[in-house]
Design a protein around this ligand. Structure first.
Ligand code: TXA
Ligand code: MG
Length: 348
């Protein structure tokens, strides 16, 4: 059975941490909060733990795991070469929602990196995550704590939904404050390449290290170019219902979504609408959920996966969603939303 332990950030219970650490050292699995999304943690240096992670998630084992550390000195034990630009990135953005890819050392088992000779490393800023990583030995392999193909989890309740009975413990730290997975940057190449957009944006990084490229597979998703992050090739976050994103000026989007909803209902379908606080009252058809205020994209990011999950608990057949600006965190929001929609977009 999976134990769920509620923790308080102001006073992290050392007893619970010790139990969690013991589970990890014994080769078991513990889900834990981070500032991005919940992670499904195991001992990154134990190949058996990594195998268990893949099994619990139902994830293909060629999809590498991120190694989470708590102390900068530990990076040099698992990264064979740390370029100057990576040092600058870590100075600027660690601890935080940024994952960096390096050539790996032999300390990291191939099971953890899906057979790659590189390793993805992140130092989360979340206080519970930091305490857990420290107590559990310093190197925690953790993908997002969801069943493969479902939206990442941003609350302990989501983790229970997906992984109860498959892991030993869940550390409950409440709602993840960012709500989207970390930015991933490959620092093993020059210039560095963004493999997954997140809360640390291209502009923020370029201000620190100069030009950074974006993996072409992210920009042109239907081009047949293979993404460099193996996980980005899988259809992610796919809601059970058929999702369509509607792009254009706000009034026209509302009009078009209402028209499409009406047509769908006329053909006997149940409709879902993904709206924003600014527009939510203007949709008379279907089940309507708001992601939050469009004027505050951080709020949209924080609620996106939760809303996709909530629609999975309804019996809607199709969902129409508003879209967002491709600037700042909007790029990460659109990346996840487009994947959820299988890139089905209508421009009005
Ligand atoms: O915010 C996050 O990054 C969360 C929290 C728990 O830290 N973790 C997370 O892990 O999103 P996951 O496994 O769901 O996504 C990791 C992505 C996958 O697309 C994987 O293919 C890619 O990172 N990745 C991992 N190691 C890599 C490597 N060596 N080279 C290229 N891509 C890699
Ligand atoms: Mg994931």
């Amino acid at each position: 059975d999976t134990q769920v332990r509620k923790l308080n950030y102001d006073q992290i219970d050392a007893e619970v941490m010790k139990e969690a650490g013991d589970i990890i050292r014994a080769g078991g699995l513990v889900a834990f909060p981070t500032e991005t999304v919940y992670g499904l943690g195991g001992d990154a240096l134990n190949p058996e733990s990594s195998k268990k992670i893949y099994a619990a998630k139902g994830r293909p084992s060629d999809n590498p795991l991120i190694v989470h550390i708590e102390e900068r000195a530990d990076l040099y034990k698992i990264a064979a070469r740390v370029p100057e630009k990576a040092e600058k990135m870590m100075d600027a953005f660690w601890p935080g929602p940024l994952t960096l890819i390096f050539q790996k050392t032999d300390l990291v088992p191939n099971e953890t990196t899906g057979g790659l000779d590189t390793v993805a490393v992140r130092m989360p800023s979340d206080g519970i995550a930091a305490a857990f990583i420290r107590t559990a030995g310093g190197f925690i392999a953790a993908p997002s704590a969801n069943v493969s193909g479902r939206p990442s989890t941003t609350t302990a309740a989501h983790v229970v939904e997906d992984l109860s009975g498959r892991i030993e413990m869940i550390l409950d730290g409440g709602q993840a404050v960012i709500g989207l997975e970390s930015t991933i940057v490959d620092m093993s190449v020059e210039p560095p390449v963004i493999l997954r957009p997140g809360a640390i944006t291209k502009d923020m990084m370029e201000a620190v290290i100069g030009p950074v490229e974006i993996d072409k597979a992210i920009i042109a998703p239907n081009s047949g170019i293979k993404p460099k992050a193996p996980g980005m090739k899988y259809r992610h976050y796919a809601p059970r219902a058929d999702l369509t994103i509607v792009e254009g000026a706000s009034d026209r989007v509302v009009e078009a979504m209402n028209r499409m909803a009406e047509e769908a209902e006329a053909s006997g379908k149940k409709v879902g609408i993904i709206a924003t606080d600014e527009t939510v009252s203007r949709y008379p058809h279907g089940i309507v959920m708001s992601l939050g205020a469009r004027s505050n994209e951080e709020e949209i990011a924080m609620h996106l996966f939760e809303v996709l999950r909530k629609f999975d608990d309804t019996d809607v057949d199709c969902i129409f969603s508003e879209s967002f600006e491709d600037a700042a965190i909007g790029a990460a929001i659109m990346n996840r939303l487009l994947k959820a929609a299988g890139h089905k977009v209508v421009r009005v």
